[in-house]
Design a protein around this ligand. Structure first.
Ligand code: ZN
Ligand code: ZN
Length: 318
């Protein structure tokens, strides 16, 4: 039984990474069992650091995060090696005694068979790749938002920063174009800017919803109307994320959000609601709003401050 003995009492199985260098993981929490991928060797260094599910935040030792396909693969590799070694050892025992004399009886043993096959698997395709700006872990998830599997930090601020950076690039492009194209690009930029903040704000409220007066309503707060969002956050969490902005900064943000609303729903033509929300001159009624790249750029920098404060104050809330 040499081959079998040589296997020892432990067989280690190496999990292959996919063509992008990532390895699949699955949340062990029965209500979640969601799939994500990480790149080994990036992120935190150390032995037995816990792993965090990017979707539900469940935390456990990393050896609980193998996918079902990986476990099947590992089992099949072990069985393959065991049955392969056993077959080789049995093969060594083969014999064939030819019959001798008139009534001789021949006796032989022949070993046939194949080792149990290996059940290979393929990692799944995912949607968003993130390199954590806290711990440098490279990971991929479905959707956009999630917790870092290594350091556990939520990526909503990082995603907001990335989207606002794209808005600034779009504004840079707009400034090199002829007026009609430039104004179309600036309109796109403000739309993207508001969407990015809306996505960020909703996700942040959802993540911290358990701290709210009514978690279900808190998880539903929308940020396209920033005045209503400010009120609802104050009502649900008892914090005012706009307190960091001085009144003229806040007025700038409010006016920019109102302009975005007109562009999205009224072809950019000023109506009574816009005038009463912004206090702009009634002479503008029925006119098309003006929007410049510096105005949107200023909105970007105000939203960075407001976003950081929203996250900070909700996280700090006991
Ligand atoms: Zn999970
Ligand atoms: Zn991290």
């Amino acid at each position: 039984m040499n081959h079998l003995r040589r296997l020892g009492n432990q067989i280690s199985v190496l999990m292959p990474s996919d063509s992008d260098g990532l390895i699949g993981r699955e949340c062990p929490e029965p209500k979640c069992e969601s799939y994500f991928k990480i790149q080994l060797g990036t992120g935190l260094k150390g032995e037995n650091l816990p792993c965090h599910c990017p979707y539900c935040g469940h935390t456990e030792a990393p050896n609980h995060f193998f996918t079902k396909a990986q476990i099947e693969y590992a089992k099949s590799v072990v069985l393959n090696q065991l049955t392969g070694a056993l077959l080789k050892d049995m093969k060594a025992l083969e014999f064939n005694h030819q019959p001798r004399g008139g009534f001789g009886i021949g006796i032989s043993m022949k070993v046939t068979g194949q080792p149990t096959p290996i059940r290979h698997y393929r990692e799944k395709k995912l949607e968003t790749e993130v390199v954590c700006d806290q711990c440098t872990l490279r990971y991929m998830i479905y959707g956009v938002f999630g917790f870092c599997p290594d350091c556990g930090i939520h990526n909503s601020r990082q995603i907001l920063a990335k989207n606002l950076e794209l808005v600034e690039k779009l504004l840079g492009v707009a400034e090199t174009q002829e007026p009609a194209l430039a104004s179309a690009l600036i309109e796109n930029a403000i739309e993207d800017c508001v969407s990015a903040f809306d996505g960020f704000g909703r996700e942040t409220c959802r993540v911290f919803a358990s701290k709210a007066a009514n978690p279900e309503s808190a998880a539903e707060i929308r940020f396209q109307n920033i005045v209503a969002a400010r009120d609802r956050v104050r009502m649900q969490f008892g914090v005012d994320f706009a307190a960091v902005a001085d009144p003229s900064d806040w007025a700038h943000v409010l006016r920019a959000f109102q302009k975005r609303h007109l562009l999205a729903h009224k072809m950019g033509v000023v109506d009574e609601d816009y005038l009463s929300a912004t206090g702009d001159s009634p002479a503008l009624l029925g006119r098309k709003i003006s929007l410049s790249a510096p105005e949107v750029r200023e909105l970007v920098s105000r939203l960075q401050v407001l976003g950081a404060e929203l996250f900070r104050s909700l996280e700090a809330k006991p």
